[in-house]
Write a protein of this length. Structure first.
Length: 447
């Protein structure tokens, strides 16, 4: 299998200070894209952070993977592969949320790196864009690849018995979630609070102080609400207001998908701007949480007394859009699969781990408060242990989907390898010392 780069903003940010203190050197060039020694060092840091033992021999593997990425990007540019600002922002936010959860919040993340969220985004936006372009190009190359049952069986038969992977205990889960509804009254309360804050600012109170005291945006509140950004980085309603303001003007209260805002424009130069911002998010009342809990408790009683089936209960009670249409089945965010490795469960989702540690197949948890860390909202949920498979060696009967994916991946890799060879022959490639003696998988070194 090709060594995959472990791209993460944590590692890239950690490495930035190191790179500034190092005299860099070009390790290789693919087309007009250069790979620096610092890029390889960054990959080592990422590997170490991911718990991988780094050996000197891995330098060549990392360089080859980086050359492959640059080859993809070069072709993506030639083919006019486009990645929208919204895609970049979404990917950036997803990675930032992971870091926040690991570090303890957005403010802690900013303190740790000594940079605002806006600065982190600005620094790594081009890197994230290139990564997405490479991913899109790779998808284009291997899109449509599939394998027949005969090919799966043939692939499996070629694997030596002692090379079959050992599968740990596999679990699958379902859930019924009720998120308390934000009512019009809740929104009116939030808007009125921000209107009062704006009135105080217009009467002479400083925007910075009001942002520190009241703003519910953890990424900017402690910095007086300051945001440095470029056009396309923020949601459209926010930027529509920014680009309509004059310098030092304070906007009226407006709403986005994140809540209610006011903005004070600092400077604007072309598509770049600096502003201050206060966010007030509508919060559901305690009664709404209590009502959700009571409703889910009724659901639990019906399930416990077998007066309703699980599938019927999901349809009737759950308002979680990501699972309601699929019998409540929870997708493992680390793999995209519907199964969870027992060994990794605690690291991936501690909430599920704590709920289901002592459960058996078919058991249902009592209603519990639940925090959806990806959408940043709270609810109440019931979890069901849908299935459990004992540890075993991979086999066609129990692990057909796993083996099929492996067969597809092999077929895709063969197609990608053929593509790489064809592009190497028509692309300028230069490999410099100390990597000239590397033994690569593909013929990067030309005569």
């Amino acid at each position: 299998m090709r060594l995959r780069l472990i791209f993460s903003i944590i590692a890239l940010t950690s490495f930035s200070s190191f790179a500034q203190q190092t005299i860099d050197k070009i390790a290789a060039q693919v087309g007009d894209k250069v790979i620096l020694l610092s890029d390889i060092q960054a990959q080592k840091i990422q590997a170490i952070q991911a718990g991988i033992t780094v050996t000197p021999e891995m330098d060549c593997e990392m360089l080859e993977e980086l050359m492959y990425q640059k080859l993809l990007i070069t072709q993506a540019i030639l083919d006019s592969v486009e990645v929208s600002p919204e895609q970049v922002d979404s990917e950036m936010e997803s990675r930032l949320r992971v870091i926040e959860n690991q570090i303890g919040g957005r403010q802690e993340m900013e303190n740790f790196y000594g940079k605002t969220v806006a600065q982190i985004k600005n620094e790594f936006r081009p890197i994230i864009k290139e990564q997405l372009m490479a991913r899109e190009m790779e998808y284009t190359i291997s899109n449509g690849i599939s394998v027949t049952p005969r090919e799966v069986k043939t692939f499996y038969s070629k694997i030596p018995s002692d090379s079959l992977p050992y599968i740990n205990t596999q679990l699958s889960f379902q859930q019924i979630v009720i998120y308390p509804e934000i009512t019009r009254k809740d929104k009116d309360i939030a808007r009125a609070k921000l209107e009062k804050i704006r009135k105080d600012i217009m009467a002479g109170k400083t925007f910075s102080t009001q942002a520190r005291i009241h703003s519910m945006d953890p990424g900017s509140a402690q910095d007086g609400g300051k945001i440095q950004a470029s056009k396309g980085m923020m949601v459209k309603p926010f930027e529509s207001v920014v680009f309509a303001l004059k310098q030092d003007e304070v906007s009226k209260v407006f709403e986005t998908e994140y809540g209610f805002h006011i903005i004070k424009l600092g400077k604007r130069l072309g598509d770049d701007y600096t502003c201050q911002h206060i966010l007030i998010v509508a919060e559901f009342s305690g009664d709404a949480v209590e009502n959700a809990a009571m409703r889910l408790d009724s659901c639990y009683q019906l399930l416990d007394t077998e007066k309703i089936t699980w599938d019927a209960a999901v349809k009737e009670f759950s308002n979680d859009e990501t699972t309601k249409q699929n019998k409540g089945i929870i997708t493992n965010p680390a793999t995209g699969e519907q199964t969870w490795d027992m060994e990794d469960l605690n690291q991936i989702d501690q909430q599920i781990y704590l709920l289901t540690t002592n459960m058996e197949k078919g058991d249902i948890s009592e209603p519990n408060l639940y925090t959806n860390i990806y959408e940043r909202k709270q609810g109440v949920r019931i979890v069901r242990l849908m299935d459990t498979k004992a540890p075993h060696k991979a086999n066609l009967k129990d692990d057909y989907a796993l083996i099929k994916r492996a067969a597809e991946n092999e077929k895709k890799q063969m197609m990608i390898n053929d593509w790489v060879i064809s592009r190497i022959n028509t692309t300028y490639i230069s490999i410099n010392d100390p990597f000239e003696g590397c033994e690569f998988t593909n013929p990067w070194k030309k005569d």
